[in-house]
Design a protein around this ligand. Structure first.
Ligand code: HEM
Length: 400
């Protein structure tokens, strides 16, 4: 493995402070200590810098001139998230034409319908597996619909999207190689599949994102087929697990703080601020990363050109210099300038969609179900990829 590959992949290994079951499951007290003791530090094992304070995380994400997003892993080729200007701006302006706030808002009735269907299926059993029955299928179906994928292929989509965001637990070249091999295969299968959808839409445009991407044009420039396919795959990789985790993390909070269930159900106007607070408190994405484009001094530390920098938004979101009472979940917190969707030119393109899905999901859940509780004796474990934050399964009981 080349030195460059090690730098690029290193940030997806958990840091050693999180290598017990408890700290991995609840990393927030660890971030708190690191924020106070070593706000900007180099981790030799992971071969990267870690940045924990709000001000610094904000700076790293905003200063794209200093911190590049171009960290090519084998499976990520021409991907918006990994582009720097001027390429990034050209591409983002074009996809923005298809991914407009109006296009997202128009999805609201469909999202409600899918939510209702999924919850109807749970029926009156009084039990459900929050992820498998609801939080996982909802975003997969929404993105599949957006891209024009038929219902019978949704399960395949889920498998591909999971494989694309899979983390590497062991810091060993064999472990990286195995995951990369799986990812390359998933990526190729997905690309072939979407190429067929693209051809169908070229012949017969529909009211979906794929058709809008084919039509998008700025000053005579259009997206190439390859760019449309890469972007469609990015939506899947960037939008599914993140939104699943947002919903499940929110349900976790509702079961950890049961008084909130009644409070919010009685006043659904609280749902939007509740969603923002879930994003701040249990961020589905813990830490985007960058590569320094030149030598940069941050809090007296010299970050050298080419070094990897991990921007811990999950720590920044609990920085007491920015948030009062940061370790408390405050359902109507305002303002709430969390960094969970990033900052600057790469700010999450899907944020309006994720917010809408979560809003509809919590409104429906809280209206239909009461006394939500995590199932007794359930084993609750955090998912593998340390840059994400979610649980593997979340079985709950409820009353209707
Ligand atoms: C970018 C988080 C949902 C599509 C990002 C970034 C973050 C993020 C942190 C910036 C990463 C960086 O700066 O390196 C989240 C979270 C979500 C979510 C926490 C759910 C709770 C979605 C959804 C979609 C989506 C639903 C689309 C369907 C994208 C895209 C980018 C992006 C395309 C790249 C934007 C760019 O580079 O210009 N997201 N995301 N995300 N997200 Fe999301």
């Amino acid at each position: 493995m080349s030195a460059e590959r090690v730098v690029n992949l290193a940030p997806i290994i958990p840091m050693k402070e999180l290598n017990t079951k408890e700290t991995y499951f609840n990393p927030f007290p660890v971030y708190d200590v690191l924020q106070k003791e070593s706000p900007v530090r180099f981790d030799i094992e992971r071969n990267c810098w870690d940045v924990f304070l709000y001000e610094d995380v904000d700076y790293v994400l905003k200063k794209h001139e200093l911190f590049s997003s171009e960290q090519r892993r084998m499976v990520e080729r021409e991907n918006l998230l990994r582009m720097d200007p001027p390429r990034h701006k050209q591409m983002r302006d074009l996809v923005n034409k298809a991914f407009t706030p109006k296009a997202i808002n128009d999805l609201a009735p469909r999202i409600k319908e899918i939510t209702a269907e999924l919850l109807d299926e749970v029926g009156e059993s009084g039990e459900m597996n929050m992820i498998a029955d609801f939080a996982m299928p909802l975003p997969v179906i929404v993105i599949a619909d957006l891209l024009g994928v038929p219902p019978e292929d949704r399960e395949k989509f889920k498998v591909w999207s999971d494989t694309l965001v899979k983390g590497v637990v062991e810091n060993k070249p064999e472990a990286f190689a195995a995951v990369e091999k799986e990812q390359v295969q998933a990526r190729d299968e997905l690309r072939d599949y979407l190429a067929d959808v693209l051809e169908l839409r070229r012949k017969e445009p529909h009211d979906d994102i794929m058709s809008a991407l084919l039509a998008a044009e700025i000053d005579g420039t259009k997206l190439t087929d390859s760019e449309i396919l890469e972007f469609s795959m990015l939506l899947l990789a960037a939008g599914n697990e993140t939104t699943t985790n947002l919903i499940t993390n929110g349900v976790r909070i509702l079961t950890e703080m049961p008084h909130l269930q009644k409070e919010v159900a009685k006043n659904l106007a609280l749902v939007p601020t509740m969603v923002e607070e879930v994003l701040r408190y249990y961020p589905p994405v813990q830490a985007p990363s960058r590569i320094a484009k030149e030598d940069v001094i941050l809090r007296d530390q010299l970050i050298k050109k080419g070094d990897a920098v991990v921007a811990w938004v999950a720590a920044a979101n609990r920085d007491e210099a920015k948030f009062s009472d940061p370790h408390s979940f405050i359902v109507n917190r305002k303002p709430n300038q969390h960094l969970t969707f990033g900052k600057g030119i790469h700010f999450c393109l899907g944020a309006p969609l994720a917010r809408l899905e979560a809003k509809v999901a919590f409104e429906e859940l809280l209206t239909r179900f009461h006394h939500l509780n995590v199932k007794k004796d359930a084993l609750i474990e955090r998912t593998q990829a340390p840059q994400m934050y979610g649980v593997v399964e979340y079985p709950v009981t409820f009353k209707q």
